[in-house]
Design a protein around this ligand. Sequence first.
Ligand SMILES: Nc1ncnc2c1ncn2[C@@H]1O[C@H](COP(=O)(O)OP(=O)(O)O)[C@@H](O)[C@H]1O
Ligand SMILES: [Mg+2]
Length: 371
Amino acid sequence: MKLLVKSMNKKLKIAILFGGRSGEHEVSLASAKSVLGALDTNKYDVVQIGITHDGAWLSGENVLEALTSGNTDKLDKVVFPPDPSQQGIYVIGNAQYELLSDFDVVFPVMHGTFSEDGTMQGLLEMADVAYVGAGVTGAAVGMDKGIFKDVMVANDIPVVEGVMVLRAEIESEINTVISKVESLGYPVFVKPANMGSSVGVSKCDNRSSLSEGLIEAAQYDRRILVERGINAREIEISVLGNDNPEASMPGEVEPSREFYSYESKYVDGTSGLMIPAPISEEMTERMREIAIQTYQAIDCAGMARVDFLLDKNDGKFYLNEVNTIPGFTEISMYPKLWDASGLPYPKLVDRLIELALERKEDRDRTKRRFE
Ligand SMILES: Nc1ncnc2c1ncn2[C@@H]1O[C@H](COP(=O)(O)OP(=O)(O)O)[C@@H](O)[C@H]1O
Ligand SMILES: [Mg+2]
């Protein structure tokens, strides 16, 4: 436990990454604000790295405030090389790279594309740094609603019936697509395969709204999932850990609109959370088991929020999706569930940093060359 011993002797340097090129940039800023507020400065030195909508990496003083206000002139433009011998962020001075800061752990507090989908994890793996959360595979499979469903089916985990279609098919032969998915029966939910925060998701009750929904979703991805619509209650469970993950108690979301849309998540501010979810003890236990099974099936690490749909009509439940970097403000479901399960927000952040270091140690044991 070399790294952990080191952590007891000197302050750990934590890089907090936020913003990013995804549609969830603003959600990330809110999550990062809470994480920055919770990090114990007696234990950690914190380096803030903000990624703009255009993908520029910025560091310096008060990065979060600067990114939030859009006034980023005083920040340094930095680069993060994928070369393990040059770990850290570098600023370009006099046409030379100068080390601005190194760090022990990176915490990507970013959601969606280019952050929760394996791309950021690929960069962090290349640079060989410790980082919070799932690795490349867990993140990528957790993000892709189509591949994720196939992995669930292979593991006998119940999911709602769905059909994957390509943007190219929607553009060239939408009527064929419509007749293919109408066998699911109305209503259907149309979702871009790789998105989050309900961006591009629509509930369609008839052929014309289906056609509109397909065209809308196709703006956000080249692969689209169409699912049978459930009259659903939404139950969520937080999972934490690496090889021996633990599940929290379940919580229930009560959307302020017809479904848990972007507006209902971030605009109305009135969607309710019920912790614990008012479901039977038996269902609670079953869902907690399935949440862990799901986490392991896609090779998650660190954390994930596992979301279920519970059919109000017949009481059956389905695994809907995982979020490997879930919303992380103090009032978000992921930390609130842990808080209710006895792990308060600052301790949760400590634990995630510890898990990142443990995972890195385990990774370092892997032989890379044939000997
Ligand atoms: N098959 C479905 N039946 C009923 N509601 C659904 C279904 N799929 C999605 N929804 C609704 O749409 C919301 C967003 O879909 P979800 O799959 O969670 O995507 P995202 O990754 O954008 O959160 C869900 O929280 C739920 O309210
Ligand atoms: Mg969701």
